[in-house]
Unconditional design. Sequence first.
Length: 260
Amino acid sequence: METFISDVKKYRKYTIYAAKSELKSEVANSHLSWMWWILDPLLFMVVYSFVAVIVFQKGEPYLPVFIFIGYNSWNFFSACLRQSVKLVAANKPIVSKVYIPKFILIFVKLFSNGFKMMIAFSIVIVMMIGYRVPVDWKILLLPFLFLVLVTVTFAFSSVLLHFGVYVEDLANVVTVVLKLLFYLTGIFYSIQNRVPYPYSSLLLKCNPMALLVDSMRRVLIYQTMPEWGAVLVWFVIGIVLSVIGVRNIYRHENSYVKVM
């Protein structure tokens, strides 16, 4: 743990610089530049709202805000996991010449994807004002839910980074699993309202993204408390998996270049 903290401090400037460079290169050849970080979730929100209201004739209160919260959170989680599988191979020119703790590469993705998520979430605040969504003190719980989201995302990413070096088809498996989880996370529908009990309870407890998306909607839209028991359990699971993943990376990272 001491080595981990020391490396985080040592490479923090590189992490921030690499994240900034990645964000700049992502929009370098785009006329709309960073506006795509807002337009992308907005366009998906319109499509999912159409599907929910017109096609299925079912909607939730403050539906655009409801969908926006779910999609932004999911986009951060899925992007980090998909990128982590091939993260070492994608950075081969760097890791083959200069030593850098491989989990730092995950932090770069967390910073860049997290920044885009925060930009998009600023629109949520504007939409809440526009739709006159009631707000109370429970909104102050949102930073802790973001912390749990980042912890769980880092935990799974650290595991996928390691095995992605050795298992060539893991990227395809992760893509399929994420597509399945997308529909089980309740991005454009409420799991509690649309999925019968006890399946709804089981889904919220077993799928961390479904739980966190539901928790964010509770504090932002419905002024109710999250299911703290399940949230804390997943926070602990995220910490444990992160410790296991980082230790595994430290133990095998010298062999990654040989395998690639």
